[in-house]
Design a protein around this ligand. Sequence first.
Ligand code: FES
Ligand SMILES: [Fe+2]
Length: 469
Amino acid sequence: MTAVEDTTDSEATGKVPPRYACGETFVPKGRYIDPEFLQLELDRLFTQVWQPACREEEIPDPGRYCEYVIGRQSIMVVRQKDGGIKAFYNACTHRGMKVVRGTGCAVDGDLRCEFHGWRFGFDGRSSFVPSRDEFLSRSREAWSLRPVAVGTWGGWVFISMAENPPELLDWLDPLVTALAPFRLEDMRFRWRKRTRLAANYKTVIDAFIEGYHTAGTHPQTLRPTQGPRPSAEPAPPQEYVYAPYTPTTAYRNHSRFIYTARPDSGDRDSARKAQAARPEVFANSMQYNYLEVGSLVTERDYRAARQLARMEPGEVPPFVLYHQMCEELALAEGVDYPRMSMQEYFAGNGDWHVFPTLVILVEKSCVLGYRMLPDAEDPNRCVFEMFSLEHFAPGEVPETRWLEVQRWQDHDGWGELPTQDLRNIDAIHAGMHSRGFDGLWLNTAQEMSIRNQHAIADRFIFGVDDHDA
Ligand code: FES
Ligand SMILES: [Fe+2]
């Protein structure tokens, strides 16, 4: 077992050990199934990167806190009296007990450890130690909660355990610029769900950051001519002509893919283009998203789509009409709708991997999001969250909470399309364990998001930077 010796020295080595080294389009399966690799990720990656801990709306008032658990680390994020946010390691400076568990609100203006009753202000400062004169003296900081870097963007509270993290907004580049017109920070939850899956967190991430599986897993999306709820029978090879083309753009810390037409498609998908020019066909796809994804299209957009479905084909493409109608309806109903040019829309729309844990599909009205968190010990398990954020009219924001389901199969409200994804997950991860499988062999155009996330991870885990090569 020399591999263990290869990789467990405490410092990044500047070299990726052969068993974890990726090829140009190859990713060895050990990065998904080896407990040792999971520990490397937790020790060297998750301790260094910015990661979303919660949404700001989850801690609306002073004293409200939210616990974020990543591996063996628990971090509490606390709303301050001045409206700011601070984050601390969630470990009492007495004997280490977690000071908070889950979400809640501090009582009497203090956070209280339940073991011996030590108290801390919202700013983490030690405020009460019973029988303090019986302790040896130590510095004020030593009595207080240990801080963690915190920042906000897009309505998320990000934390970093790094000593000197980069500026959050620099780390997030180019999301900050590309998504500014969409004003994600003004969106609120429509719904949110959490469960556990029998797969590595990256197995799940991968299933949501490439569009190459669309025709294979979601064949109904190729058939908008069949109405808002088309057949989900597997597509025969000849139907793949209609598959969307979903190229990846890889950035230094993140990636994105968009749905588009294959550049070399010529007349091959002319039939599809002709179809899409019909208002009711385009409207069918939008209705499907509302009915069977429960996001990407809001209830208000759904009404716009139904109106569009009744319109005759004309000069203006249905896609443009749809956007106009969604905006008009939203404004009429009092929503501070994000206004942007089509150019700005295309620069931000699509599926973003906010490395390492968050995936967001961004529309003007709403965002469909996923977060995947590794288990502390088992590379074959993860936490899976799915949520929809939306721009609401003032006073219309619904009260929501995390719907927690033990097994995803126990909840029947995922919708057809997410169910198709979830049904794959166990089998993908189980298949990776096969003696007959060595690793992932990736599409050079549509799956580079997956290769890219491993390149980013190698910077942190092994000190290897592809950009240096
Ligand atoms: S461990 Fe927290 S008060 Fe003792
Ligand atoms: Fe999918």
